[in-house]
Write a protein that binds this ligand. Structure first.
Ligand SMILES: Cc1ncc(C[n+]2csc(CCOP(=O)(O)OP(=O)(O)O)c2C)c(N)n1
Length: 372
């Protein structure tokens, strides 16, 4: 049975409880019409173009990466198709210095932070564990163990607190990860210590083949109150609403009001990964319904109605074609690192044991070359 919040509200009223279901913020309908909330907020056309451009770039990189995997150039790829608004809208609402702990599907957020496509693809080509410098982009490595990144973010926020300043530490996770104990522990500890953590849940309806109605019986954003977190519930395919809701949540956190949770409701349009066939467990009708809520189409309609010319989209398409060529070339140019580099990043400062191991490996290789 699919979870229906209105059903729960009706039952609450019948038994004399106050309904706790909160409405989802939406600024633009799937047909590109501004809602009352959107009209009240107003349209920042420059922001809308920036968000659209970054979403379009992310979708193109995602499509190219999918093809590269099928051509044997990548070992695996997890598509972000459909989740561009939840990621681009939220990352643009953070300050550049706000440190981000992603899960593993946040390619649109990573690209919007400035990470190069080649840096993003390195891990999926199997060249290194991650291809970018987290400190440079304030964007941590991907976490493949579900939910661990929320605890890393909470610990990092404790450090930020000691250092002073007003940064926010943001962390992304999925609806499936939200069922892991780690996420509940992170909620609890962040709230207990009033830490500056912004939890961003992209509820994309599926955890591999497990649908959300088998994961929980009350929506994720409602959990927050029990832990003492403020929570926000937003249409995750509406980039403008996601941006504003995340901006408000981040401001609360930044001003010292404790952690907050944003639940962005979205959909994973592709399979879980390139090793998964979603047709084996979900209906085509569900995909079709979500396709009508596509985040790019929705924002494009708003831009078109507000003076963005056909030439703008034409130029952007040409830019994306160039990007696709660059992504393919950059991917094929990623080579495996020199094995010696494993000794470089184990400790911040030189360590006698590691120095000895490195020397021993060199001696061994030299002996092999000399045929000894
Ligand atoms: C601790 C742990 N348990 C199980 C897995 C296997 N696993 C990988 S992804 C996934 C589903 C995650 O779903 P969700 O959090 O909704 O994120 P999505 O993949 O939909 O973006 C599972 C169960 C894992 N990586 N880590």
């Amino acid at each position: 049975m699919t979870y229906d919040p209105r059903q729960r509200d009706r039952a609450d009223l019948e038994f004399g409880f106050t309904p706790t279901h909160s409405a989802m913020t939406q600024f633009v309908t799937p047909d590109g019409v501004m809602t009352d909330a959107g009209l009240r907020h107003g349209l920042d056309i420059d922001l809308a173009r920036t968000l659209y451009r970054d979403m379009a770039r992310a979708r193109r990189v995602d499509q190219e990466a999918f093809s590269l995997q099928r051509q044997g150039e990548l070992g695996l790829w997890l598509q972000s198709w459909g989740q561009e608004a939840a990621q681009v809208g939220s990352i643009h609402a953070l300050a550049e210095d706000d440190y981000v702990f992603p899960s593993y599907r946040e390619h649109a957020a990573a690209l919007a932070r400035g990470i190069e496509p080649a840096e993003l693809l390195t891990q999926w080509r199997g060249a290194t564990h991650a291809g970018w410098d987290p400190e440079k982009y304030k964007f941590h490595y991907y976490a493949l163990v579900l939910g661990t990144q929320t605890l890393h973010a909470t610990g990092y926020a404790m450090g930020c607190r000691l250092d002073g300043g007003d940064s926010v530490v943001a962390t992304y996770f999925g609806d499936g990860a939200a069922s892991q104990g780690d996420v509940s522990e992170a909620f609890n500890w962040a709230a207990a210590r009033s830490l500056p953590v912004l939890f961003i849940c992209q509820n994309n309806q599926w955890a591999i083949s497990t649908p959300t109605d088998l994961q929980y019986s009350a929506p994720i954003h409602q959990r927050a109150a029990g832990f003492g977190l403020r929570s926000f519930h937003v249409d995750g395919n509406d980039a403008l609403a996601v941006h504003e809701v995340t901006r408000t949540a981040a401001e609360l956190v930044r001003k010292g009001h404790g952690p907050a949770l944003v639940e962005a409701v979205t959909f994973r349009m592709a399979g879980h990964s390139t090793s998964d066939d979603p047709n084996r467990y979900r209906d085509a009708a569900e995909f079709d319904a979500w396709e009508t809520r596509d985040p790019l189409r929705r924002l494009r309609l708003v831009l078109e109605k507000n003076g963005t010319t056909a030439q703008y989209f034409h130029d952007l398409d040409a830019e994306l074609d160039e990007l696709a060529v660059e992504v393919r070339a950059a991917c094929r140019a990623i080579t495996a690192p020199d094995l010696d580099s494993v000794f470089e990043n184990a400790y911040a400062d030189p360590h006698p044991g590691v120095i000895a191991e490195r020397a021993s490996r060199r001696t061994y290789l030299d002996a092999m070359k000399a045929g000894v």
